[in-house]
Design a binder for this molecule. Structure first.
Ligand SMILES: CC(C)(COP(=O)(O)OP(=O)(O)OC[C@H]1O[C@@H](n2cnc3c(N)ncnc32)[C@H](O)[C@@H]1OP(=O)(O)O)[C@@H](O)C(=O)NCCC(=O)NCCS
Length: 371
């Protein structure tokens, strides 16, 4: 039997043509396109199409995708009812998990299709924005068909004409995070879909995995860390105390990257102008964090990851920090759905790895004693 690898590190558990993470050289490739040269200036719809189809859309395909997404944006009555039933202070990721689950509630177990992928991708911002409004005691705002995906997302938060800069920040963020190899949530989606279940169930599993602070929850955690540090002059001492207490620096380290995350490079540059106050604190803190991490772990390069500067971009786009992971989900959903469709088409075999038995040999079972 193959050797156990904690955290499945180094185990090849999928074959994919959707995205490639080159951790040694700090490169991310979507369907053969280089993140920085070929992807960064596209719209989210173009990138979703690329992930689903393997090529960028022409004008007609883009118009059809826009219509398909506009038609999929509306919440079903059961979804709105489910969101209204939740406590106003629940974690927005719990609301998204519940809302998407309600949206997909059906009498049967439909096979995953591209049309469903488009609908779930389209409706996720509506669920997030409705949660944002309901938690403030306000009514959800209807989506506007004429707007693009990112602009409509912002419109549903406050009903205002979407601001060009904020739309650009959100669009860039959504494009950067849309897919990333076999990360934990994508793997969860593939494992769940491999049982032959429906797409919604696979997406709900992925949302659950994304919520954790070691994965999608890291941007909120990074913002909490910076809020605690408060000022550049406190950064070095705060970080030294934290590492002495075995705390992790949020937004640093990665299973695959051994160098600067290319997405973080782009978001760092954007944050410089989009959110100067954040940038001032974040860049000084980053300098100290990288130096301390190098001192403490000379054997393992732990660099800045995407979630660190994501926090400043999402704040500049207008999202409160407890909504950051939901916006991550609204991006990654195109990747999740692309992976599920790819898996069903190319493989489809149930994912069922082995475990190594560490317990005793068969023996007579005893009951626990009282006290
Ligand atoms: C992303 C992450 C989960 C990767 O985990 P991993 O590949 O299992 O790496 P490990 O947990 O084995 O870390 C290896 C070593 O580097 C250290 N390390 C890794 N990331 C660190 C961080 N952010 N801060 C401080 N130390 C860190 C670990 O303490 C560990 O050292 P140890 O063996 O002496 O305890 C991890 O780097 C982390 O927790 N980062 C912070 C959360 C975050 O930003 N997540 C978003 C990822 S995109």
């Amino acid at each position: 039997m193959a050797e156990f690898s904690p955290g499945l590190e180094g185990v090849v558990a999928a074959q994919t043509e959707i995205s490639e993470v080159d951790g040694q050289n700090g490169r991310l490739i979507y369907r053969g396109g280089h993140l920085i040269q070929d992807v960064a200036d596209k719209t989210y719809e173009e990138i979703a199409y690329l992930l689903w189809h393997g090529q960028l859309p022409g004008r007609q395909q883009l118009a059809e995708l826009h219509d398909g997404m506009a038609a999929g944006r509306k919440l079903k009555p059961q979804t709105l009812a489910a969101l209204r039933a939740l406590p106003a202070d629940c974690d927005p990721m719990d609301a998204l998990r519940t809302g998407l689950s309600a949206q997909g509630a059906a009498p049967d177990c439909p096979k995953p299709t591209l049309d469903q992928a488009i609908s779930y991708t389209a409706v996720t911002p509506t669920i997030v924005a409705a949660t944002y409004r309901l938690q403030r005691g306000e009514e959800p705002i209807e989506p506007r068909d004429a707007l693009g995906h990112a602009a409509n997302f912002l419109h549903m938060l406050d009903g205002k004409e979407p601001d060009h800069d904020r739309t650009h920040y959100l669009q860039t963020y959504l494009v950067m995070l849309a897919d990333h190899g076999l990360n934990a949530s994508t793997f969860s989606a593939r494992v769940t879909a491999s049982t032959g279940t429906d797409l919604c169930s696979a997406l709900v599993a992925a949302i659950g995995a994304l919520k954790g602070p070691a994965h999608g929850g890291a941007a909120t955690a990074a913002m909490n860390m910076l809020d605690e540090i408060g000022s550049p002059k406190n950064a070095e001492q705060w970080l030294t105390d934290a590492i002495d207490h075995h705390q992790r620096f949020m937004g640093f380290g990665h299973r695959v990257y051994r160098t600067y995350d290319p997405r973080a490079k782009i978001l760092r540059e954007l944050a410089r102008s989009a959110n100067p106050k954040f940038y001032e604190l974040a860049s000084v803190t980053e300098e100290h964090a990288l130096r301390i991490l190098k001192q403490r772990h000379p054997e393992r390069p732990n660099a800045t990851n995407v979630d660190y500067y994501s926090a400043g971009i999402l704040q500049a786009a207008g999202f409160p920090k407890n909504f950051f992971t939901c916006v991550f989900a609204a991006s990654r959903i195109s990747g999740w759905t692309a992976h599920v469709l790819e898996y069903m088409e190319k493989d489809g075999r149930i994912i069922r790895p082995a475990s190594q038995w560490l317990g005793p040999q068969p023996r007579e079972l005893k009951r626990a004693e009282a006290g």
